[in-house]
Design a protein around this ligand. Structure first.
Ligand code: G3P
Length: 229
């Protein structure tokens, strides 16, 4: 497993955006899952204890697992972040993009805890997160689309800015992805990571022509009466 702070060099990373451990276990079996992101709403949906869920997710996946603080003041965010980080070595603490969140990001990062700065909706916010030492910045593309802005334009802007300053090691984690086109566009822009809802992740491998072509191959093969094994 590569260090969480290492800017990735081997291709786009796929995280799943859920706290549902059954979904995570199922998707992890593909061997294509690089990490997990959760947020308070996703944890609430499970109806389970946060720390229990976090422990379970961290045991399923080797890669980074984002766990979000719910305090709003820096000192309390840092205390919550330390508690979450102690759950497992692959926890990434998630903080919101507020001044307190940025202060907490700097402090947690300096203490060696990777931080994902979330709820990013502007390029300037992303620049601040990088200055605060964030391991990941999470721009929410779907929520911008929902209000009539182009979420992917924000990814392009952040990519340009980060590439202008090679010292920036913060990875662009495209969040609030709603459909496979978001993922394709993010990859074309060279985003480091995408976090996908389980259904969107599953859709990536599907194409009706793949299904149709496979059915035809198998029907023709059956006619030969042969078996490979
Ligand atoms: O986890 C953060 C983000 O991916 C949430 O997405 O669909 O609630 O906007 P969404």
């Amino acid at each position: 497993m590569c260090m969480q702070s290492e800017r990735q060099t081997t291709g786009m990373k796929f995280f799943v955006d859920t706290a549902d451990t059954n979904e995570i276990r199922d998707l992890a079996e593909t061997g294509l899952l690089d990490g997990v992101t959760t947020n308070p709403s996703l944890v609430a949906k499970t109806g389970r204890d946060f720390i229990d869920v976090l422990k379970e997710i961290c045991a399923i996946v080797d890669g980074p697992v984002s766990a979000e603080v719910t305090a709003t003041e820096a000192a309390a965010m840092i205390a919550e972040g330390n508690k979450l980080a102690a759950v497992a070595p692959n926890v990434t603490v998630k903080v919101p993009l507020t001044w307190d969140g940025l202060k907490a990001c700097r402090a947690l990062t300096q203490a060696g805890t990777p931080v994902n700065v979330t709820l990013c909706f502007s390029a300037n916010q992303a620049l601040l997160a990088a200055k605060a030492g964030a391991t990941f910045i999470s721009p929410f593309v779907g929520r911008l689309d929902d209000m009539g802005q182009d979420g992917m334009e924000l990814i392009a802007e952040i990519k340009t800015i980060y590439d202008n300053y090679p010292a920036i090691e913060t990875e662009i984690l495209v969040a609030s992805i709603r459909h496979p086109i978001h993922l394709k566009q993010a990859a074309m822009m060279g985003a480091d990571v995408a976090t996908l809802p389980p259904d969107v992740l599953r859709k990536l491998a599907s194409h009706p022509l793949t299904d149709k072509g496979l059915a035809a191959f198998l029907a023709d093969w059956q006619k030969t009466g042969q078996k490979i094994l």
